[in-house]
Design a protein. Structure first.
Length: 356
């Protein structure tokens, strides 16, 4: 059995000692869709987890507006929530509840698991008040509510909306494949119970590029606009990396997922996708920023996110350093089309960019 050649993407240094290393893959596309930088095995399929939520939200919006009554409730904060992984703040819950009541449903229709909110002050308050885990507080409830909105708009059944053969899930898979420019590589079940669609990392980067490069007024552009205008609904108000990145670099689109996945697209059309193979997410934002900087995308406004402190006794004693170890990208004359994943080149040339 051949072990894939993953690249070292981040290094954890404590008091001058290299304590841990994170390996994986990263790819950056230039605005024309060609591979500008690649490391590891970017053509290997990954399960994007919640990084795919913006495209799932897009599929829901397309389905909802195509219904007989043209339901257009998936806009603004509601669309950002559909594309995000919220932290269960009361403001998030209010919007999710309004999405459901707007189509005559209650939170009992949600198919996601019950959970405590990720926002610590909210969770502590609910526990002190004798509250319980709720589906609507689960970080994927916005996505699930959007799926239900789309189902009602199209007169599709709601009790089985998570079935991979449900019309909504078939349309979602088609939308993902269209934006990624490659067939679905694997189908699984996500942590929230929704169908999960595997893609090569390059295809994942292409989906984010499609969102930021879409014509104004298109459904794709509206998803990107909602996320960038309402980043607190994509993540949260307190210390959420996706929210913080979009606040720090206006115009950037960012969404991470479980198991060390992140995709980021710059307003000029550059897009990066990261997969840390051990599943740790702590360095993914720094890795993505280092990769974008390596191809000339300005990221100076996000300096605070490029330095991940290592703590000892509550005080910084080191840093997590992002490394971009690049294989040579295809030449312009042999650049892959936007409808197929680029092949991995075998001739390595090392480009290392450190963020400390």
């Amino acid at each position: 059995m051949t072990v894939p050649r993953y690249a070292e993407l981040a290094r954890v240094v404590r008091n001058g000692f290299v304590e841990s290393r994170h390996y994986g893959s990263v790819v950056v596309l230039d605005p024309d869709g060609a591979v500008a930088l690649a490391a590891g095995v970017p053509d290997e399929p990954v399960l994007p987890r919640s990084t795919l939520k913006p495209v799932q939200a897009l599929a829901c919006r397309i389905a909802a507006t195509a219904g007989p009554d043209g339901v257009d409730s998936l806009t603004g904060p509601a669309l950002a929530l559909a594309a995000g992984s919220h932290t269960g703040d009361d403001r998030h819950v209010e919007v999710v509840r309004a999405m459901l009541t707007g189509v005559g449903l209650t939170e009992d229709a949600l198919g996601c698991p019950q959970d405590w909110p990720e926002d610590e002050p909210t969770r502590d308050r609910l526990i002190r008040a004798g509250g319980q885990r709720e589906r609507i507080r689960m970080n994927c409830s916005g996505k699930h509510a959007a799926m239900l909105v789309a189902c009602v708009a199209r007169s599709w059944s709601t009790h089985d909306y998570l079935d991979p053969e449900h019309p909504l899930q078939r349309e979602t898979a088609a939308t993902i494949a269209r934006l990624a420019g490659t067939p679905i590589a694997h189908q699984a079940v996500d942590g929230c119970g929704a169908p999960l669609f595997g893609l090569p990392l390059t295809g994942l980067a292409r989906t984010f590029q499609a969102l930021v490069s879409a014509p104004a007024g298109s459904d794709e552009a509206l998803v990107a606009q909602a996320m960038r205008h309402h980043p607190e609904y994509v993540g949260g108000w307190h210390g959420h990396p996706n929210t913080d990145l979009m606040r720090a670099l206006p115009g950037v689109l960012a969404k991470g997922g479980a198991e060390g996945v992140l995709a980021v697209a710059a307003p000029d059309g550059h897009a990066v996708a990261v997969k840390v193979i051990d599943g740790a997410p702590r360095a993914t934002t720094a890795i993505a920023l280092a990769a974008l900087e390596a191809v000339g995308v300005p990221v100076d406004g996000a300096d605070a996110l490029r330095r991940v402190p290592v703590l000892g006794g509550g005080e910084p004693v080191g840093t997590i350093t992002a490394l971009v170890d690049s294989t040579s990208a295809p030449s312009r004359t042999s650049a892959p089309s936007r409808t197929s994943a680029p092949s991995r080149t075998s001739a390595p040339s090392r480009i290392e960019k450190e963020v400390s």
